[in-house]
Structure formats: C-alpha cells, structure tokens
Design a protein around this ligand. Structure first.
Ligand code: MTE
Ligand code: MO
Length: 197
C-alpha cells in the first residue's frame, strides 16, 4: 500500500516502546546476588522502619499481609542490560507501612538480611511506585529471588529492589548504599540510563 517504513517504530533504539535504552529482553529470570543466599523463613521474617526519633515500627509476616496485598504487572530492568516485561507480582504498597510513621526526612537506607543496603528517596517509594513483594509469577518468591520478601521498585534499576528486605532507616540526606558506594548511580532511572556515576 505504499507505506514507507523509515525505521519509525522499527528496530531502531531498543525495538520495544517499553524497553529503556541499552536493554535487551530476557526470557528467563537471571539471579544476581552479591554473596550467599540467606535462609529467612516467613515465621522469622520481620520488617522494621526506624525514624530520626529512634521510633521503631515493626511488622511480622501476618501484620504485613494485614496491610493488604496488591497484584501488580510490571517491567523490571537490570543495570546489566536485561529487562523482563509484563511480570506478575504480588505485594504490599510501601506507603501503607508509612501510614503511622512520623518523619521529616526524605530518604531511606533499605536494609537486607545478609548486609545488603540500597538508598532510596521517599518520593520513589510512595504512590504506587514500590512494594514489599512476596510473590512473583504466581509463586511465593524463591530464596534466590529474595524470598520470603523483597522490595520491588520497578521504575528504577533492579539493584534498588533489595532481596530479603528487613527494614528501612530514615535519613535526612541521600547516602549511597552497597552498589552505590561501588560506583552505581544514586538514583538509577533506566530511562535516563543512570547506571554509574
Ligand atoms: N539483598 C540483596 N538484594 C539484591 C541484590 C543482592 O545482592 N542482595 N542484588 C540486586 C541486584 S544487582 C539485582 S539485579 C537484583 C536481582 O534480583 P534477582 O536475583 O531476583 O533477579 O536484586 C537486587 N537486590
Ligand atoms: Mo543488578
């Protein structure tokens, strides 16, 4: 019909409108962990938010679920260039854990069993942007993928989605976590290719 295909919408760039620059679609789900996989059971799992006053807000497995779980379908993007599109997840929105948390601070250090940390702005955690995830692809999260619970912040590179998440400590300023101290970007927006700094 005389359609001229000038490459618009074609393979130029990433080739998929939801694939950020420099990313490739992965069919499997690669496991990326710095160090050993900790063994955390649902029974012993807790999540603690610590504020500047020293107040500690703590949830166990049942208390987390009592906040209400949501089903999410989202894309994830690893800084090592793989992305997975349309992944089904289940988790509790992070803003629900902050409902009774009193703070004037704007950042958190996310902490995991095993010592992994990553920094995030509260602006990147609220309003349906982040979850404490307990299931992916219709199954409870495997230990390798961060089970029983991990952070899910899909609009940022996947290193921000801390596996075996155990808590958040409020911070007045943005301070680098584990990978950020080793050269990864403080924020990590895949659409801006904020990989390293
Ligand atoms: N606790 C912890 N969380 C972590 C990591 C880690 O090493 N330890 N690796 C991060 C990185 S670099 C990536 S890409 C993703 C990988 O998650 P996956 O193994 O489920 O694919 O987890 C992130 N969360
Ligand atoms: Mo990563």
């Amino acid at each position: 019909m005389g359609v001229i295909n000038s490459g618009f919408g074609g393979q130029r760039g990433s080739g998929h409108p939801r694939l950020p620059p420099g990313q490739t679609i992965a069919d499997d789900w690669p496991v990326l962990t710095a160090g050993p996989t900790p063994d955390v059971t649902e029974d012993e799992w807790t999540f603690t938010i610590i504020t500047e006053s020293g107040a500690e807000h703590r949830w166990d497995w049942n208390a987390l679920h009592a906040l209400g779980v949501e089903d999410i379908v989202t894309d994830i993007h690893c800084v090592t260039h793989w992305s997975k599109l349309d992944m089904p997840w289940r988790g509790v929105p992070v803003e629900r854990l902050f409902e009774n948390v009193d703070t004037t601070y704007d950042y958190v250090m996310v902490e995991s069993t095993g010592g992994y940390t990553t920094n995030l702005a509260l602006d990147d955690l609220f309003d349906g942007q982040a979850w404490i995830a307990t299931e992916a692809e219709g199954e409870p999260l495997s230990a390798e993928n961060g089970g029983p619970a991990r952070l899910l912040v899909p609009h940022l590179y996947f290193w921000k989605s801390a596996k075996w998440v155990s808590g958040m400590r409020l911070m007045p300023d943005d301070e680098p976590g584990f990978w950020e101290q080793n050269g990864y970007h403080l924020r990590g927006d895949p659409w801006q290719e904020e990989r390293y700094w």
